[in-house]
Design a protein around this ligand. Structure first.
Ligand SMILES: [Zn+2]
Ligand SMILES: [Zn+2]
Length: 134
């Protein structure tokens, strides 16, 4: 089994995940743009078990479909590292940039394409959704 560790920029908050991601996607929604400070978010979903170290501050955001997502970020440096859906600890979504690994598997899906900055182009085999397909 292979392990990967994602970390905030100061190294205080870390999450270790096992195996390959179940899904890698980008989200162009405005909430993700504001949350990350970037123009889109890139997230990888991993099944449990996962191991968290350090302390995280939590922020709950209600998604457009009514799901409550608990975002965890480092209280020291502010990096947003991972989130789970409230009541579901069977999987975790980790910010791909927090792995600091340019060889990380590329995204397969792109959601909220309606909010995509027009200069952002993705590989042609990425499956695109205008909003959230969930
Ligand atoms: Zn930090
Ligand atoms: Zn989003």
């Amino acid at each position: 089994m292979s392990f990967r560790t994602a970390s905030c920029s100061c190294g205080q908050l870390r999450i270790e995940v096992e195996g390959e991601p179940r899904g890698v996607g980008v989200c162009h929604c405005l909430a993700c743009q504001q949350r990350t400070g970037s123009v889109f978010a890139t997230l990888a979903r991993f099944p449990a078990p996962f191991k968290i170290s350090g302390t995280a501050t939590e922020y709950v955001r209600v998604g457009d479909q009514g799901a409550r997502f608990i975002f965890r970020f480092c209280p020291v440096c502010g990096t947003t590292v991972f989130h789970t859906e409230e009541g579901n600890d069977e999987s975790v979504s980790v910010a791909v940039g927090a792995f600091a690994d340019p060889s990380f598997p590329p995204p397969r899906v792109s959601v909220y394409d309606s909010r995509r900055h027009p200069w952002v182009t993705l590989p042609s085999d990425v499956k695109t959704f205008g909003e959230d397909p969930a």
